[in-house]
Write a protein that binds this ligand. Sequence first.
Ligand code: DC
Length: 223
Amino acid sequence: MKKPVIAIDGYSSTGKSSISKIIAEKLGIVHLDTGALYRGITWFALQNCVNHDETINLTELFNSFPLIELEFKNDGGELVLFLNHINVSKEIRSNEVSKNVSFIAKQKEVRDFLMESQRNLAQKGGIIMDGRDIGTVVLPNADFKFFLTASIEERTNRRYQELINLGIDTDEQQVKENLIARDKIDSEREIAPLKQANDAIVIDNTMLTKKETIESILAYVKK
Ligand code: DC
């Protein structure tokens, strides 16, 4: 029997990735955090394609695509992002990357560059992909689509704790402002904006634990 293709979209810090990871383990399927791909490109741009005034040089970035190799490697059951053979899983969570990633993710060239590999990965089935446009654009025929949302206060608290746990020194107000700014750019961009697919199941997990959110998703998938 073909294993399911599951799309999980939603606002930043609604727990999409950590929830998807556990669901993948429970169902014996692969998990792909597509946000990590956009963060990887952003990290590359910040390292290699910066103007004198420290803004990102998009032309240079687009011309560099042939030099960018993004790869997920299995590290003790966890898929870790490697960029040109370097493990960048910690770097891509930095504030600097978070501040710039929505600007990079709204570029058509960037989205086109990442589209094919995302679709190829889903072809054989047995995958849960989380992002912003998975159910609407990348995998419109996914077997199951979920859209996660939660209050800004709860999401700020979650991202703040995540950064602290990663050993990244940060300020809670700054985390909140970054989430608001990112959601705005992600929702208002022209190409593949963050929005709920018509056939997505919406889950507001402000008052739900991670476990409860997972159980709620699994209840639909196992039906
Ligand atoms: O899931 P995340 O917060 O790590 O994602 C980082 C950024 O990448 C997010 O602000 C928007 C962008 N993104 C996107 O545009 N499309 C996706 N499928 C996944 C992420």
